[in-house]
Structures are given as C-alpha cells and as structure tokens.
Design a protein. Sequence first.
Length: 394
Amino acid sequence: MEFVLIAIAILVVALITGVGLLVGRGRRTMRLEDDAAAGTTLTRPRPTPTAPAPAPDQPDAVVPEAPPSVELPPATPEPGLVFDTPLPSAGRLVRLRSRLARSQSSLGRGLLTVLAREKLTEEDWEEVEETLLAADVGIAATTQIVERLRTQSMVLATASGADLRELLVNELTGVLGPDLDRTLGTERHEGRPGVVLVVGVNGAGKTTTVGKLARVLVGDGRSVILGAADTFRAAAADQLETWGERVGVLTVRGREGGDPAAVAFEAVRTGVEAEVDTVVVDTAGRLHTKSGLMDELGKVKRVVEKQAPVTEVLLVLDATTGQNGVVQARVFTEAVTVTGVVLTKLDGTAKGGIVVRVQQELGIPVKLIGLGEGADDLAPFEPRAFAEGLIGDM
Ligand SMILES: Nc1nc2c(ncn2[C@@H]2O[C@H](COP(=O)(O)OP(=O)(O)O)[C@@H](O)[C@H]2O)c(=O)[nH]1
Ligand SMILES: [Mg+2]
C-alpha cells in the first residue's frame, strides 16, 4: 500500500515538474505547428510534423513513436534576448596557441634544452627520443624526427636559439601531415544541407563540440540546425539546446529514450525544408556492446541519408585518454566511415603529440581541436600553428 502511495506521489511531482518545464520553455521557443502563424522564416510550415511512415518491418523504419518536438526560436527575439555573434574561425588556433602550455613546457622546452647543448652525445639523442615519446608523438614519427635532426646535427651545433626553434617547428609540422585535406564537409550539396554526424564515447566532448561547431559555422555566416540524437538522457538534449539558443540556432529533439535515428531524420528533414547550410547531429556514445553501437550508428546514418547524404562524420576523441582513446576510436571507424577527428581537451594534457599518433594510427586527419571549455575554444587544426604552439618561444 505504501509503495502505491509513494509511486503516486512521485508521479504527481514528475508531472508538475514536466508541465513547469514546458511552460518555462514555451516563453523562449515555439512548436513547429505554430510557426506559420508567427511568421517564422527559419522553417516553412508543413502539414504533418511526422515522417513518412515506412513499412514497420523494415530494419531502418523510422517510426517516431512520439514525433520529436521541433522547437523554433522566435522570429523576432524577445525584447532583451540577444544572440551571441561569434567571430569567424579563421586564425583561431593562433589566438588559442597558449592553451598548449602544458605540452609546451614538457615537449617544447624539453627538446630545445637538449638540442641547445654544445655537443650532442648518444644520451642526449636518447633524451630527445624520450621527450617525443612522452608527449605521445608515437614511435614512427619519433624515429623520423630524430633521424632527420641527427643528419642536421652539424647545423644544430651552430644554430641560434631562433634557428633551433624554427628547425623543430619544421620537423613537427612535417609529421603532422601538412598536406592532408582538412576541409569540413559542411557545405550544401546538390541542393541539400551539408550533414555532419558527430560520434565518440561518452564524455569525449561530443555535445560541447557540436555546440562550439554551431558557433563556428554561425560565425562564418552559415545557417545551422542541430539534431539531438543522443536521446539516452534528456539532459544531453537540454545541453545542446542551450548551445543552440545562445546563437539563435534551432535544435530538433525527441523524447528521452526515443529512437535516435528518428530524431536525426527529423533534424535533417527540417534542414532540407528550411534550406539551411548545415545540419549537425549529436549522437549517444554508450559503448554498451560493439555490435549495438555499430547497429545504432549505422542506422542513424542510413536513415539520415534518405534525406541528404552525410557529408562529414566527425569522431570526437579526448586527448587525455592516450592509447585507450585510440583503441576506442577504432571501434567507431568500424561502425561508420569517419572522415575527420576532433581532438578535445588538448588544453589539459602535456601529451599534445597525440595528434600525430592519432592521425598516423587511424589514417584520418584531425580537423578540429578543443582547447578549453569556453564557447569559442574550438579551432580548425593547422599543422604549422599547432607545431609552433607545442614548441613555444625560446
Ligand atoms: N578542458 C576542456 N574540456 C572540454 C573540452 N571539450 C569538452 N570538454 C568538457 O568535457 C566534458 C564532457 O563534454 P560533453 O560534450 O558533455 O561530452 P559527450 O558525453 O561526448 O557529449 C564537459 O565538461 C566539457 O566541458 C576541451 O576542449 N577542453
Ligand atoms: Mg553528449
């Protein structure tokens, strides 16, 4: 009997909280059905908010049990509601270079100190090697750098501090794949929005990256819609919606525990209809079972592609997880074709060399790096600016 009473009490509290939240949100956002009346230009009104119902026995059937709610920012912002206008992303890495201070003090300073010695002994070279390995540069790249430096040891002997620094920056840039194509596939393609799928394990920084990326795109003058396909926790969608709201970007979300593919589908469908430039889809990162993950991500991609091709699959990796992160990354590359890596939390590690290793071991270019928790702490990856950040100034 007591159990029944407690259950009823919990239900009542949950209902009140739910209604409260809806009303609270109603002031800032709007349901799609209302958008015609409000004259919103972000999306066009449409007769039915649900996806076309495919045969239910199809494996990829998108059956939004409860249609994802699409909340539009008001056409004219409420008085006092001001959207952030982030600066364009060009040159961001140069501005954020000092965030690599931890790597800089161990890797950069370590290398410069040894190489500045008058005559380099065998032990000195071992020290150079150890310093590179400790910064997670990886064996292959370390061997390459040391060999190239040794052939230049005559030059080293007479080099000034500035020359030495220049030499090291060049060698590091060389192993960072300066010629790799790091263009983000975010552009409209054949009359449809660019679609970016963001994948990775929990806690890697996916949602944060989607939010920061939305700001980069808005800053670069693009129109964007976000899809909260991490339906596992309602908090994940709230987190994403908050990022979107700050820059006036629409977030498409579903109900907690709903089908991620249905939300992704709806986000892209809305993006196609609204003719936006880019739809960015956040996904869940539970590594419950490898096959479960593959099935889910594979399905999200296939279902989305009924609307528009996925133009970029970004794998988000936490730079502080080292080898473990690289192993996890492989699982994702087996599930979907990853086209770019985002390395987050490079501000919190002394192992900035991980960029080199991740690229060499996965064969996928690092396209963006996270250099802090701030809203604009995501930078397009530029090998030379990064190498300069790792080495630092004399
Ligand atoms: N220092 C730092 N923290 C970051 C960075 N990127 C993400 N984070 C933090 O990592 C935590 C997990 O991020 P979240 O986006 O929720 O991860 P998700 O589970 O993959 O979606 C949050 O506390 C973020 O603020 C970064 O580049 N630097
Ligand atoms: Mg998340």
